[in-house]
Design a protein around this ligand. Structure first.
Ligand SMILES: C[S@@+](CC[C@H](N)C(=O)[O-])C[C@H]1O[C@@H](n2cnc3c(N)ncnc32)[C@H](O)[C@@H]1O
Length: 339
């Protein structure tokens, strides 16, 4: 099975809103060559515009997302046949014959079956060895890790993120690694892995798209396991959910000072237009899902930067079951920056 950039489970991903974003840009008659997406998550929004020949600036605080952008969106060379033959070899490995490793020691019997966990650890270690021996270049390294991340994510014993695992024994899924569909793009991509507030001070784009978290739920908690595999530094993991130390990837946008951090971001953006994704989950009943920035806050902050218009669409979204979905709206704030 071939995978595309959008074929992963990622909370808040905007795969289903690409048309809404594009229609809004068209309605606003915005002409642009450079597009910034500094809370890029899956990278689907940036990819959509890269595919249209735009130059993109793509960024996320999570390294596992950065690895995926470097694999799918970068302009560097790679040998497709070589990667496919490596994946073929991985898929022939009999997992029951493998030795225990870091991954099976920590993640079997919870997120994965013992044999699948051994295979994940074996494959990830082998990618590192191949890279250190210079058998693969850096792009190929990122591609192989991404193929593993996408493939392992599909068989995890979870609801789609790693905040916790399901309350049942993981089944043996016989992990197969799939190749990610790689395209040739006409646009250029500039790829980053840093705090968005720092990055916006250094770049200048025509359109800056902003899609931060708006509640207390940290992406570092949702995706710690993918982060762990991407880095492969084999850190100790703690407690039932087996999370590693994550201080440096905790987002300020999920803490009490989110509003001030957001205001600082907007103030320091260098762009002709700022487009902000926003939804009305501030009406949510679960306190960790309550929106940290209200509609009025958003208006106030953006109006300091230019003229603001708001677009709206109905949308289904992730929730933990406590929230009434009926009135859910997904909004785009378009701010035409005044110079
Ligand atoms: C709502 S998601 C973005 C979803 C994305 N638009 C998509 O379609 O997949 C928010 C993202 O912001 C990232 N993030 C949180 N705080 C950040 C920060 N300070 N700087 C950069 N990225 C951050 C999270 O890791 C997460 O991937």
């Amino acid at each position: 099975m071939k995978l595309n950039i959008e074929n992963r489970r990622y909370i808040g991903n905007k795969s289903k809103l690409l048309k809404f974003i594009n229609d809004t840009i068209n309605q606003e008659k915005i002409e642009f060559n450079t597009f910034g997406d500094v809370f890029s998550g899956t990278g689907v929004v940036a990819e959509y515009f890269l595919n249209k020949g735009k130059n993109i600036y793509v960024n996320d605080i999570l390294y596992s997302n950065y690895v995926i952008y470097k694999a799918i969106l970068s302009n560097e060379n790679y040998d497709e046949e070589k990667i496919k033959s490596i994946i073929n070899e991985y898929n022939k490995v009999i997992s029951a014959d493998l030795k225990d490793n870091y991954f099976s020691d920590n993640f079997s019997g919870n997120y994965y079956h013992y044999n699948d966990a051994k295979k994940i650890g074996f494959v990830r270690e082998d990618i590192e060895i191949k890279y250190n021996k210079k058998e693969i270049n850096k792009r190929e390294y990122y591609i192989l890790i991404s193929c593993l991340l996408y493939s392992m994510d599909r068989i995890s014993n979870t609801v789609g993120h790693y905040e916790s695992f399901l309350n049942k024994e993981p089944e043996y899924k016989n992990l197969q690694i799939s190749f990610i569909n790689l395209k040739k793009y006409n646009g250029k991509s500039y790829i980053f892995n840093e705090d968005a507030n720092r990055l916006v001070r250094k770049i200048n784009v025509d359109v800056m798209y902003i899609d931060p978290p708006y509640n207390a739920r940290q992406y570092a908690n949702f995706y710690h396991l993918l982060e762990n595999v991407a880095h492969w530094e084999k850190p100790p993991v703690f407690n039932k959910a087996k999370k590693m130390e994550r201080k440096n990837i905790m987002s300020e946008y999920c803490k009490a000072n989110a509003k001030a951090v957001f205001a600082d971001l907007i103030e320091n953006i260098n762009a002709k237009y700022i487009i902000v994704s926003y939804n009305n989950t501030y009406e949510a009943k679960s306190s960790s899902s309550v929106n940290s920035i209200t509609y009025q806050d958003m208006m106030q902050i953006l109006e300091k930067k230019g003229n603001v218009r708001v677009y709206e669409t109905d949308y289904k979204f992730f929730n933990s079951g406590k929230t009434n979905l009926d009135k859910h709206k997904e909004r785009l704030f378009v701010c035409e920056v005044e110079v």
